[in-house]
Design a protein. Structure first.
Ligand code: ATP
Ligand code: MG
Ligand code: MG
Ligand code: MG
Length: 497
C-alpha cells in the first residue's frame, strides 16, 4: 500500500460503517484558545458541547494538525526522533451522541488487525486509571470491552491492557473544552516484539502510540471543574505518518528487524531526494542516542528530517492563510522557518534551498490537499522572501556568535538571548554550534532573560510574542477565504522586517 492508499482505506472503512467523509478543517483554528488546529476534533467542538446540532451522527476524515506551540508542542522532538512532526495528518472517526465505547474499540481493532493486518500480539491497549484527585473514575467499561475483544483473538488481557493516568489517558484539547478518558493503541516495535507491554507510555521509540480513542464525556470549565456533557461522543485520532512509516519499514507489517520510522514512508521520499541532491549528502536514518553528543551522520539525518518536516508545516500553513510574522502563530511559523534555514546551513545547503522544497511537496500532497496546488505561487513567494531576509540576519548573527566566543569562553545567558531575540537563533541551535566548538551555553541564564522579557511585555500591557509561543495564550482567529492578487503584493511588503 502507498500512503495514499492507506489514507483512502481508512476513510473507506469508516464510510462502510456509516460515517460521512468530511474534509480537513483549515490549520487556522476556529477556537480562540488555540495557535493552530491541533487535533481532528477541533472543528467539531460545537457539536460536542451541544451548541450546534451535528449534520451527521458519524463522520471521518484526515485532519491537518500542527503541534508547535501551546498545550501540545512537539517542536523540540522533531528531527531528533522519527515519530513526532510539527505538521501531521490525524485520521479520525467520530460519533456525535451516537455509538460509544464498544463500537469505537471493536472497529479500531477490526481495521488494524483484519483490514491492515497489523500483528495483534504486538498491540497494547491502555485505559484510564485516575491518580488521587484526578477527574473521573477508572474506565471499567473500556477495560471490559477490550477484555472481550482481545480474548476473542486469543490474547491475554492482563498482558495486553495497560493503564495510564491523566497525563496519557485523559484527553484535553487545551485547558478548557470537551474532554474525557481515552484508550490508546500502542505497537511494540522491538525486533522480536517481546517487550511485554513494559514500554507502553514510556516515551520509547520502540513502542509508540498509533491511535487514541477518546470518549468525550466532560467539558473542562475555566474554573477547573469537569462538567458532564449532555450527550456522549467518540473522538479518535490516528497518526497517519506513523502507520504509513511502520507499514513502509516493515514491508507491510511483516518484518520488524529494522526500527520503523515515519520518514521511511513515501510521504517523505521525494523531499529527501531533493535535499540529497542539493547537499550531496545521504540520509541513512540514524537516530541520535545522546542529543548532547551527535556524530556527523546523526546530525545529517536529524537535519534531513527537520527540513522535510518543516517545509510541510510552512507550506500547509501559508496555503491556509497563516504567514510568518512577528506575533502569535505567525511568529511560531517564522521560528520554524528559521530553524529549518539554520539547520540547512549546517550541511552547507545553498541560499534559497528551503523554497526549492515546495515543488516536490506540492507534487506529493496536492492530490489529497488541492489547496497546496492552488496556492503554490504564494507559498513559494512567501518562503523565498522570508528565507532571503533571514539569510541576511543569520550572517550577522554568526559573526556576533564568533565575537562572543573569541576569548574561548562560553555563551552567557544574555548573549544567547541576544542571538535569539535579535537574530532569531533558537536556543537549541546556539547549543549545537557551541557544543561543536567545545563551548557551553548558560541555558538557565537564557531562561531568566526570557522570563524578564515576559515580565517587561506584561507590564507594558502588550501581547508578547514569546509568551504567546511558549504558553499558547489566547490569540485572534480569523476566517481565511483565500488570497487575492493585492494581498500577494502586500505579503511582499510586510514580510521583510
Ligand atoms: P504522543 O504521546 O506520541 O506524543 P499524543 O498522546 O500526544 O502522542 P494524541 O493527542 O493522542 O497524541 O493524538 C492522536 C494521535 O496522533 C496519536 O496517537 C499519534 O499517533 C498522533 N500524533 C500525535 N502527535 C503527533 C506528532 N507530533 N506527529 C505525528 N503524529 C502525532
Ligand atoms: Mg504528544
Ligand atoms: Mg500520548
Ligand atoms: Mg495520545
Amino acid at each position: 500500500m502507498t500512503s495514499a492508499e492507506l489514507r483512502q482505506s481508512f476513510l473507506d472503512f469508516f464510510a462502510s460503517k456509516g460515517h460521512t467523509v468530511v474534509s480537513s478543517a483549515p490549520l487556522m483554528p476556529s477556537s480562540p484558545n488555540l495557535l493552530f488546529t491541533n487535533a481532528g476534533m477541533n472543528q467539531f467542538v460545537p457539536y460536542f458541547l451541544g451548541e450546534q446540532k451535528a449534520p451527521f451522527k458519524r463522520a471521518c476524515d484526515t485532519q491537518k494538525c500542527i503541534r508547535a506551540g501551546g498545550k501540545h508542542n512537539d517542536l523540540d522532538d522533531v528531527g531528533f526522533d522519527t515519530y513526532h512532526h510539527t505538521l501531521f495528518e490525524m485520521l479520525g472517526n467520530w460519533s456525535f451522541g451516537d455509538y460509544f465505547k464498544r463500537e469505537a474499540i471493536e472497529w479500531a481493532w477490526e481495521l488494524l488487525t483484519r483490514v491492515w493486518g497489523l500483528p495483534r500480539e504486538r498491540l497494547y491497549a491502555t485505559v484510564y486509571r485516575p491518580d488521587e484527585g484526578d477527574p473521573a473514575e477508572f474506565d471499567q467499561e473500556a477495560y471490559d470491552i477490550w477484555k472481550d475483544v482481545l480474548s476473542a483473538d486469543g490474547l491475554d488481557p492482563k498482558l495486553h491492557i495497560r493503564t495510564g493516568n491523566k497525563k496519557d489517558n485523559f484527553w484535553m484539547m487545551g485547558d478548557t473544552g470537551p474532554c474525557g478518558p481515552c484508550s490508546e493503541i500502542h505497537i511494540d516495535l522491538t525486533p522480536k516484539g517481546d517487550s511485554r507491554g513494559e514500554l507502553v507510555n514510556a516515551d520509547s521509540p520502540q513502542c509508540i502510540e498509533i491511535w487514541n480513542l477518546v470518549f468525550m464525556q466532560f467539558n473542562a470549565e475555566a474554573n477547573g471543574t469537569f462538567k458532564p456533557l449532555s450527550a456522549k461522543h467518540v473522538d479518535t485520532g490516528m497518526g497517519f505518518e506513523r502507520v504509513a512509516g511502520i507499514f513502509a519499514t516493515t514491508d507491510g507489517f511483516k518484518d520488524f528487524t529494522k526500527e520503523p520510522s515515519n520518514y521511511d514512508s513515501d510521504l517523505f521520499g521525494d523531499l529527501f531526494r531533493h535535499i540529497s541532491d542539493m547537499s550531496g549528502r545521504t540520509y541513512t536514518g540514524t537516530v541520535p542516542k545522546n542529543r548532547d553528543d551527535l556524530s556527523g551522520q546523526e546530525m545529517t539525518d536529524v537535519i534531513f528530517r527537520v527540513l522535510a518536516d518543516h517545509i510541510r508545516t510552512l507550506s500547509f500553513s501559508i496555503a491556509d492563510g497563516i504567514l510568518p510574522g512577528n506575533e502569535g502563530r505567525n511568529y511560531v511559523l517564522r521560528r520554524i522557518l528559521r530553524r529549518a534555514v539554520m539547520f540547512g546551513k549546517r550541511i552547507n545547503l545553498p541560499r534559497g534551498f528551503f523554497a526549492n522544497l515546495v515543488a516536490p511537496l506540492v507534487t506529493k500532497m496536492a492530490p489529497h490537499f488541492p489547496e497546496l496546488a492552488d496556492q503554490q505561487e504564494v507559498i513559494l513567494k512567501v518562503i523565498r522572501q522570508e528565507e532571503q531576509a533571514f539569510d541576511r540576519t543569520l550572517d550577522r548573527g554568526l559573526q556576533l556568535f564568533d565575537k562572543f566566543t573569541l576569548d574561548g569562553t562560553g555563551i552567557t545567558g544574555e548573549q544567547a538571548f541576544i542571538l535569539y531575540d535579535t537574530y532569531g537563533f533558537p536556543l537549541d541551535l546556539t547549543q549545537i554550534i557551541a557544543r561543536e566548538r567545545g563551548l557551553t551555553v548558560d541555558s538557565a541564564g537564557f531562561e531568566a532573560q526570557m522570563e524578564q522579557q515576559r515580565q517587561r511585555a506584561r507590564s507594558a500591557q502588550k501581547k508578547d510574542v514569546i509568551s504567546v509561543f511558549e504558553e499558547g495564550e489566547k490569540v485572534h482567529s480569523t476566517q481565511f477565504v483565500g488570497y487575492n492578487c493585492s494581498e500577494i503584493s502586500h505579503v511582499e511588503t510586510t514580510l521583510v522586517g
